[in-house]
Design a protein around this ligand. Structure first.
Ligand SMILES: Cc1cc2nc3c(=O)[nH]c(=O)nc-3n(C[C@H](O)[C@H](O)[C@H](O)COP(=O)(O)O)c2cc1C
Length: 226
């Protein structure tokens, strides 16, 4: 007589959970490897580009970047427009497994621990705010910066890099935040890099910015040295 040795349901449940946990860990590990590679590539590109000694226009570029893509975009914009370049640090989200877990946990939060939290933006008429997209929304560090700084009378441009998708409702909410902080206008620019494995290189990313975005330096404005 044929006997089938069936596991009790809870053993099946535990096995499925263990497999799922392993799969999630394996994906996060693979993503982290790709991000580390991107971060290295971006750091090399940034190191080889000429630093902007002082802003020669009344434009500021403030950005947060985890794996370097938004950083490359920000440095390019700043160089193209003679702008002041300001980086926001948020060590909780550094590249690596703990960083990506924190990023996933906080992705939809408007709060983050950043440095600096405020900047003296009085000498600037236009402020570019750069960030990656996390779970369809701009990342927490740029929300934190937008909530904590005044943009009275300034034109604010949010720019994002992302893989495949953002949701417009988060951009609309971000717009409300910067308008409530005094901005006189809001614009949204972005670069879609494509899904992992078929993403734009950093050179292609900059090419997209040059062809798809209108980066104009106001001709009449005097330089700002805040
Ligand atoms: C926690 C996390 C969540 C993400 N969520 C999205 C998303 O919802 N949509 C998307 O297209 N890309 C998403 N991405 C990919 C990033 O937006 C993309 O790689 C971006 O260019 C990274 O910018 P950075 O290198 O400046 O950090 C996510 C990345 C991370 C780490």
């Amino acid at each position: 007589m044929l006997t089938i040795n069936l596991w009790p349901w809870w053993k099946w449940g535990a096995a499925v959970l263990a497999l799922a946990a392993f799969a999630v860990f394996a994906v996060l590990f693979a993503v982290t490897r790709v991000e580390m590679h991107q971060a290295r590539e971006s750091a090399e590109r940034l190191a080889s580009s000429a630093p902007q000694a002082r802003p020669v226009s009344r434009i500021a570029v403030v950005y947060f970047s985890r794996s370097g893509n938004t950083a490359v975009a920000a440095a390019h914009i700043a160089q193209r427009m003679g702008a002041g370049l300001f980086r926001l640090d948020a060590p909780a989200y550094d590249v690596g497994l703990p960083g990506i877990l924190h990023a996933l946990h906080d992705a939809r939060s408007p709060e983050a621990v950043i440095a600096p939290t405020t900047l003296d933006l009085r000498g600037f008429d236009t402020v570019y705010l750069g960030s990656p997209i996390w779970l369809y929304s701009p990342s927490p560090p740029i929300w934190e910066f937008a909530r904590r700084n005044r943009f009275d009378g300034k034109d604010v441009v949010l720019f994002n890099t992302f893989n495949s998708k953002f949701e417009q409702r988060f951009i609309d909410e971000f717009r409300q935040v910067v308008l409530a902080q005094g901005a006189r206008s809001f614009r949204h620019l972005f670069v879609k890099r494509g899904r992992m494995g078929q993403q734009l290189s950093s050179g292609e990313l900059l090419g997209t910015i040059d062809t798809a975005w209108t980066l104009t330096m106001p001709a009449s404005a005097p330089p700002a040295f805040p």
